[in-house]
Structures are given as structure tokens and as C-alpha cells.
Ligand binder design. Structure first.
Ligand SMILES: [Fe+2]
Length: 194
């Protein structure tokens, strides 16, 4: 991962868009000599030019700076590959079917990696009629709580928001093989196969 846009990245993206140096230069209001300098590492675009440069190259500023363009193929193929992004500042929770550049509160969020349930985050599942009664054995204080539960199968996604001082319990219709995800505000995302 780069920390600023590089010459090879600009060159590659420009060529992918079938633009000449002169055409790109016109779009962002610089000279073609300037583009040539950037691409050969003899200069860097001013930070105020990153947004217009990204726009001209059809990419987000974050992807431009990382040097990695996100391209998903057939993202809807399987919901079991869902990714979760949680903002550490405001708690915003985002689910994506593929890779994405997700930004919230000025922070670029990485996809969370789910861990296997540990002793402090065990789950029990009881069958009640045609539903399953799910309990996460975990504190629900304002400081330490389970913030949501999600059941995902290949074609279905059910999310239950939980709140501090409530119960870490819910009923879900569980159809087909899938995963139960649940998130602790202190310890992160956990996952069990159902
Ligand atoms: Fe926890």
C-alpha cells in the first residue's frame, strides 16, 4: 500500500482509461509536461489536485493513493462472503457483498475479520417451534456489550441490533447452512457456523 499517489499508478490508470498525457492534463488543468513529470517520479501532484485527478481517472481518492483499484466480479454470487465494516468513532455498521472503499467519520474502514467464539463470547441455540432462540453469554453493560447479531446464508441476511442494558438474545428463523456473526464493542467480530 502506498502512502501517496505514485507515478506508475497514474500512468497505469491513465492508460487503462485510454487517455494521452495531454488529454489528462486538460481535464485537470495542468500541462502535459507536468503529467509526464509525475509519471516519471520527477514530481508529485499537489494535494489539491488529488480529487480532480481521481475523478479524471475514474477512481476514488483512497484507491488512487493506495495504488489499488477495487474491482469486484459477480459480488452478488454468495452472501456468505459478506464483509462487515464498523466505524470506531460513531459505531456505523456497514455490510458489503464484495470489497469496497468504505469511509466514515474521516476514517477508511478495514473489513473486520471474524474470530471463532472464545470462552467470553459463547453462544447457545435452542429450538423454539420453527425458530431458534439465540443467546450470547456476554455482559450487556454500557461499557461492554454485544452490538448486533447477524445470520447469513447464501441467499439471506438477517440483522438484529442489540443495545446496552438489553438482552444479548434473539429469535431467528434459521434456514440452510450459514453463519451467525455477532459483534462485541470491545473484542470485535465473532462467527460461528450453524
Ligand atoms: Fe466482549
Amino acid at each position: 500500500m502506498n502512502t501517496y499517489v505514485t507515478g506508475p499508478t497514474i500512468k497505469q490508470l491513465r492508460e487503462n482509461r485510454h487517455l494521452t498525457q495531454a488529454e489528462l492534463a486538460v481535464r485537470i488543468g495542468v500541462s502535459s509536461k507536468t503529467i509526464s513529470k509525475w509519471e516519471t517520479g520527477k514530481g508529485l501532484p499537489d494535494i489539491s489536485l488529488l480529487q480532480p485527478l481521481a475523478q479524471a481517472l475514474g477512481i476514488s481518492v483512497i484507491e488512487l493513493m493506495n495504488g489499488e483499484q477495487i474491482l469486484n466480479k459477480n459480488v452478488s454470487a454468495n452472501m456468505l462472503r459478506s464483509k462487515f465494516y464498523i466505524c470506531p468513532v460513531c459505531g456505523n455498521t456497514i455490510r458489503a457483498l464484495g470489497d469496497a472503499v468504505i469511509s466514515c467519520c474521516g476514517i477508511t474502514l478495514p473489513p473486520l475479520e471474524a474470530e471463532e467464539a472464545d470462552d467470553g463470547h459463547m453462544v447457545t441455540i435452542e429450538d423454539v417451534e420453527d425458530e431458534h432462540f439465540i443467546t450470547v453469554h456476554h455482559p450487556m453493560t454500557k461499557q461492554h456489550y454485544i452490538s448486533f447479531l447477524v445470520h447469513v446464508t447464501s441467499d439471506r441476511f438477517q440483522m438484529v441490533k442489540l443495545y446496552p442494558e438489553g438482552n444479548a438474545q434473539t429469535r431467528l428463523q434459521l434456514r440452510g447452512m450459514g453463519y451467525l456473526y455477532y459483534c462485541c464493542n470491545r473484542h470485535g467480530l465473532f462467527r460461528i457456523k450453524i
